[in-house]
Design a protein around this ligand. Structure first.
Ligand code: AIR
Length: 183
């Protein structure tokens, strides 16, 4: 499955599809409900992405081909999510110089601790930046922050996003204070 998530312009014949900057990869389509949060966050920040299902164990050759070809196709950062014996982010990081962000997916057993340790405990020399269990939204934000170092539009959207987030917390503060403090 290849999905150009937010990288596709309206099919009006006047604009070519935007090249995806972020590749979002997952070990199974069962990870998609979690991993879609990364795509949604990237879309909100105007970062074009693509999604693939690639398994380090079930489709190792496809995984290798994708990892080895990603940089040449214009991908700048890879986000990889997997559950259980979650080797996908590490295997991808072994085959590309692109930054790789790992998302540990929680399965029915062990509450995601197995996935977390499989992804975070990489041997030295092959780094994977690991976010929290099921924290695909943060993976999208982290990828955007890295891209923002060399992209003013993404940087501006991130600043706006942080300001909106602060506004939400301030309005929660106002509500809680008026309910509990009478002020
Ligand atoms: N997985 C797939 N190949 C290798 C691994 N570790 C993971 C998927 C998913 C879990 O196995 O990332 O989180 C269960 O996959 P499924 O297809 O059985 O639902």
């Amino acid at each position: 499955m290849t999905t150009t998530d937010s990288g596709t312009q309206p099919a009006d014949g006047t604009q070519a599809p935007t090249t995806p900057m972020v590749g979002i990869v997952m070990g199974s389509s069962s990870d998609a409900p979690i991993m879609s949060a990364a795509a949604d966050q990237l879309r909100k920040l105007g970062v074009p992405s693509e999604m693939r299902v690639l398994s380090a164990h079930r489709t190792p050759d496809d995984t290798a081909a994708y990892a080895r070809g990603a940089a040449q196709r214009g991908i700048r950062i890879l986000i990889a999510g997997a559950g259980g014996a979650a080797h996908l982010p590490g295997v991808i990081a072994a085959m590309t110089d692109l930054p790789v962000i790992g998302v540990p997916i929680a399965l029915a057993h062990l509450d995601g601790l197995d996935s977390l340790l499989s992804i975070v405990q990489m041997p030295k020399g092959v780094p994977v930046a690991t976010v929290g269990v099921n924290a695909a939204l943060n993976a999208g934000l982290l990828a955007s922050r890295i891209l923002a170092l060399s992209d003013d539009q993404i940087a501006a959207k991130l600043t706006e996003h942080r300001a909106q987030q602060a506004d939400k917390v301030r309005s929660q503060d106002t509500q809680v204070r008026s309910a509990h403090n009478g002020a």
